[in-house]
Design a protein around this ligand. Structure first.
Ligand SMILES: CC(C)(COP(=O)(O)OP(=O)(O)OC[C@H]1O[C@@H](n2cnc3c(N)ncnc32)[C@H](O)[C@@H]1OP(=O)(O)O)[C@@H](O)C(=O)NCCC(=O)NCCS
Length: 212
């Protein structure tokens, strides 16, 4: 039976090994075990484990604690632009051009049509207690068995219980994790140019949490 639990010391070495296997370049830097160790000890980690073997994990942080994450900084900048652009046609056009040009430089294209949807307007009100989902990985031998889906379900529940009003996540364009976020009704917010280990375009996705 697979158990889902919080990080404890006995998981650390196995999680570091999974990180190393899956993320050779993390946030544009070469994998650094000390940095990753600090990260998993600081943020919230959901671990999937079977008979002492770590099968997968997912890292989450609230936006206030995750201030150093590139994804979180970008989100803050984007939110400011959106708030600034809110309401005026001229400013909206400037916002659109800014992101299109930025993305084009990186070889991608900005998804500005989402600017007009209700979800993104609501996310201009992201709060420090909102959540950001960082890395998720599952041991290759155990992939496609629903483990990351269950980890995601639990991360969403933790965010909801902590009082988050929205969750943001970084993922890649052709990945299983994008597919999983879509299953949980995350919307596409921004498409960036190719980055990371495999030079694949990356995405920022977001989900608004409704109060129960
Ligand atoms: C992403 C990852 C964690 C998914 O773990 P998992 O336990 O295999 O995921 P699940 O079994 O819960 O779900 C996989 C789903 O994605 C689908 N899928 C698998 N590969 C896919 C791909 N390349 N593109 C799109 N969908 C894909 C599966 O069909 C399945 O869909 P379903 O639930 O509708 O049947 C795992 O592939 C992994 O560790 N990848 C390497 C690390 C990584 O890239 N992490 C994400 C970036 S942080």
């Amino acid at each position: 039976m697979i158990e889902y639990c919080n990080l404890s010391e006995r998981h650390e070495e196995q999680i570091l090994a999974l990180y190393k296997e899956n993320f050779k370049i993390l946030y544009g830097e070469v994998y650094d075990p000390e940095k990753v160790k600090r990260e998993i000890q600081t943020y919230q980690v959901v671990v999937a484990e079977q008979a002492g073997r770590v099968l997968g994990f997912g890292v989450s942080t609230d936006l206030a604690s995750g201030i150093g994450y590139p994804g979180v900084s970008e989100l803050t900048a984007m939110r400011r632009s959106l708030m600034w652009a809110k309401g005026t046609t001229e400013k909206k056009a400037k916002f659109k051009t800014f992101y299109e040009q930025k993305a084009k430089k990186q070889g991608g294209k900005a998804v500005t049509r989402h600017y007009n949807n209700k979800f993104l307007r609501e996310t201009t009100e992201v709060h420090p207690e909102d959540f950001y989902f960082s890395a998720v990985a599952v041991d290759k031998k155990f992939q496609n068995m629903g483990i990351a889906t269950e980890i995601t379900r639990r991360r969403i529940e933790i965010a909801r219980q902590s009082g988050a009003t929205a969750i943001f996540a970084d993922t890649r364009i052709k990945s299983a994790s994008k597919h999983i976020f879509q299953k949980f009704r995350f919307s596409l917010m921004l498409l960036r140019g190719p980055t990371g280990d495999n030079n694949e375009a990356s995405l920022l996705m977001g989900k608004r949490l409704r109060k129960k």
